[in-house]
Design a binder for this molecule. Sequence first.
Ligand SMILES: Cc1cc2nc3c(=O)[nH]c(=O)nc-3n(C[C@H](O)[C@H](O)[C@H](O)COP(=O)(O)OP(=O)(O)OC[C@H]3O[C@@H](n4cnc5c(N)ncnc54)[C@H](O)[C@@H]3O)c2cc1C
Length: 531
Amino acid sequence: MNIDRNLDTVIVGAGFAGMYCLHKQIQDGFNAEIFEKADDVGGTWYWNKYPGARCDIESMDYSYSFSDELQQEWNWKEKYGTQPEILEYARFVSKKFNLREKINFKTSIVKARFINKKWIVQTDNDLIIECKYLILATGNLSTPNTPNIEGISNFKGRIYHTGAWPEKMPEFEGRKVGIIGTGSSGVQSIPVISETAQELLVFQRTANFSLPARHSELPINKRENYKKNYKKYRELAQNSSFGIAKYQPPTKSAFDVNKDERDEIYENAWQEGGQAMLFAFTDLLTNKEANETAANFVRNKIRKIVKNKETAEKLCPNDHPIGTKRLCLDSNYFETYNKENVSLIDISNHPIQKITKKGLVTNDIEYEFDDLVFATGFDAMTGAVNAIEILNEENISLKSVWSKGPKTYLGIMVSDFPNLFMITGPQSPGVKSQMILSIEQHVNFIHDLIIHKKNNKYLQVNANRNKQDEWVNHNNEVANATLYPLAHSWYNGDNIVGKSRNFMPYVGGVANYKNICDEKVKNDYEGFEFL
Ligand SMILES: Cc1cc2nc3c(=O)[nH]c(=O)nc-3n(C[C@H](O)[C@H](O)[C@H](O)COP(=O)(O)OP(=O)(O)OC[C@H]3O[C@@H](n4cnc5c(N)ncnc54)[C@H](O)[C@@H]3O)c2cc1C
């Protein structure tokens, strides 16, 4: 086999994970390169250019902390970063740290095989690279899921997926638009599309909880004050459950207060905006009755906002505890259903039968439209990893090892796949946290592990199988002590037909998780085997 390039490290993906990973590698003299499918950096914020795309975590938090110079230099303009602003930030970082020259854009990694203590990696343009370390920064939400509905190819209008939105924003002026999906991307895009579309038909399979973001510009004095105290805020974030400085663990149960007091707390959280409500009480995610108090509060808000009673009831989520699916934040989502040009079509009991030339059929009724938008999410957490054919020394594929669900050690390594690392992989807090914080923690951990291996002249590092099993069991135990598994969600793989049902993220909190990782290091990298 002809090797075209010899590297220390191949990093797959140029989102926030890949970029920070590359920066660390370059800093310590490793010969590392990124391979990225897109023609630019940014990952999520490159692909999700749909109208209204925005971060659900305040921009002062959702940013890198590794460089004080960077966090002092960059000025966020809005409370919650918009997709263009976050993409601009990613580009700024890539230039500031001279990363772009080490990024191979428009290049996908399609195959990797571990042979003679090296990874042999293949790209979609037939480049063969040999490297010591293969780091997957492929993203948890980077493989768009388009449901396999009969007749899709018959549709004569324009088709879009929120997760692969075109560079040039399509005009919806004067057009009739159908949108399938009311998760985060749907909740963000529906109000914006409704502003210009002549008519918007929303096809809803599951009603979702959404809280008002209370979005605004970011006042300069607030921003500057935050910057002065960044160290303190970053520490608060690291010591929290979800990696967000202002949401510290609550101390009271929902039943430590009476109904009036509870509703006042919920009302204040609703008015404040963001996810504050979920952090009001200790037991909202562990006790069904406690959860129901918050869920009911939100349902009553929906009933007050949406004028048409029937539509309001359809928008009230009843099939999962609040917070157990990705909680949406919105700007006038429920208000949108009061507009004359917006209709909600409940498909919960009448799945889409087929897509036709002019629209779609559900409950034997054909709905016609010019444009069809899929806001149907992603093959989350395992989709991008499984899309690469990754073979270990025994020629066994990672996809086959994960056929009944992902198994990892700390969400970082998989037993019998030496020198292969994942950033925010399954069974780590990743998607249940402020992700840039989790990304930085993983990159630091992986980087230190590689340096440890190198300094000790080991050729490979592998995750111990028993320790991996223990970690997977622990992950399940922690999840089963909560209400999360009760929801049909992408956390469980439920949105993908045929995907094995497993609760994938670690929900023990980022502070606990980091302590566990630090303990492993202290115990001489417990669970990692060096050769
Ligand atoms: C709409 C949306 C809103 C979000 N909002 C929030 C939020 O409010 N807060 C939060 O913390 N997180 C949020 N996230 C999660 C977000 O994904 C992370 O915050 C973060 O951007 C992940 O960075 P990453 O580098 O790990 O992955 P990504 O940004 O997904 O980057 C992965 C990159 O890998 C590339 N890639 C994948 N496979 C290959 C391959 N085989 N070959 C070459 N390239 C490959 C992809 O093209 C992509 O560019 C959101 C995600 C979405 C989709």
